[in-house]
Design a protein around this ligand. Structure first.
Ligand SMILES: [Fe+2]
Ligand SMILES: [Fe+2]
Length: 340
């Protein structure tokens, strides 16, 4: 159903683009308006060519007629792509042209949501077993809070790790943004530098969001899972915002332990891939480009690099908490910007 809605949206976008082509005129010169930039044909093909991912990871059973419907849809999409390719494309936004961006091999860059200089190779040598032993009262509160939060998560998702990971990434991308926002405001209020911590925390938020953008290629969330995301985000954002204002050392420690749990979850995910319980399908294009993975990369490769990212976030947040525990401000300790 969502695919049909998506395809209908695509048709509407093309019709809208055609309309804009025939009517837009500014200062006498004809302009072509294409709202919000463009999506390359390569990306479109990936966006529509991942049913095997969704089937393998989704919490819903696949209807038997889906294959025939998909074939019909793919034909429609091919026609739409062809039609869209025929349109003259001007990558301008209020007359600000975007330079042609290419990959290292000279091929055209397919994404607008991230650029080649934002990609990286995950450091897989990081110690996944490192654990911050809770010693102080604040540590113990953080540790117990995270362990308590895990109980309903385990009950709700059980071993549906694709769905579980996607849902948790919608939460994981919040703390970095909240911390970055509050440090940004603090910097403005106090006329002082942040020591790079604004950037480091926003990088973390962006990285977590990219985890979500990758996992959403795997899972088509049901309506009640989307509703759950709304509710959880509303509660978690506000709780974390207040917590960060009151005690940043507790807030960072909580995130440090959440990341330790994330490492555990992704390790279980990998076990299910190895055992065959989860099919080790091809990696989506977005993951291959973002983590600079080989073209024949698989789901296992993707989960392995995501797990390495979580280990880095764990270190950043435990480090930030340690700085606060020493009675110092974050800006006194150079932030681990670009730490992947
Ligand atoms: Fe994540
Ligand atoms: Fe994380």
């Amino acid at each position: 159903m969502n695919r049909l809605v998506t395809n209908s949206s695509m048709l509407m976008m093309i019709r809208a683009s055609s309309s804009a082509l025939s009517h837009s005129s500014v200062n006498g010169s004809r302009r072509i308006l294409i709202g919000g930039g463009f999506i390359s044909p390569e990306v479109q093909r990936w966006s529509f060519a991942t049913p095997e991912w969704r089937r393998s990871m989704s919490s819903s059973p696949t209807p038997s007629k889906e294959k025939a419907v998909e074939e019909r849809e793919n034909t429609k999409v091919d026609k739409m792509e062809k039609k869209k390719d025929d349109l003259p494309l001007v990558s301008s936004y209020w007359s600000v042209p975007r330079h042609e961006i290419t990959k290292e091999d000279g091929s055209k860059w397919a994404w607008n949501c991230f650029m080649p200089w934002e990609t990286y190779e995950a450091d897989l040598s990081i110690d996944l077993k490192k654990h911050h032993v809770p010693k102080t009262f604040v540590d113990k509160v953080a540790f117990r809070t995270v362990k308590l939060l895990r109980i309903p998560t385990d009950i709700f998702f059980k071993r549906r790790y694709g769905c579980r990971a996607m849902m948790l990434e919608t939460v994981a991308a919040v703390p970095g943004m909240v911390g970055g926002l509050l440090l940004h405001l603090r910097s403005l209020r106090r006329f002082e530098q942040s020591g790079g911590w604004i950037k480091a925390l926003l990088e973390e938020a962006e990285n977590e969001r990219m985890h979500l953008m990758t996992l959403v290629e795997l899972v088509q969330p049901k309506w009640y899972e989307r509703a759950l995301v709304l509710a959880v985000q509303g509660v978690f954002f506000n709780c974390y915002f207040v917590l960060y204002l009151v005690s940043p050392k507790l807030a960072h420690r909580v995130v440090g332990y959440l990341e330790e749990e994330a490492i555990h979850s992704y390790t279980e995910f990998l076990k299910d891939i190895d055992s065959g319980a989860i099919e080790n399908v091809r990696a989506p294009a977005i993951a291959i480009d973002y983590w600079r993975l080989p073209k024949d990369a698989t789901l296992k490769d993707v989960i392995t690099v995501i797990r390495a990212d979580e280990a880095h976030h764990r270190d950043v947040n435990h480090f930030a908490s340690d700085v606060h525990f020493q009675g110092r401000q974050l800006k006194e300790a150079p932030a681990p910007v670009g730490y992947h």
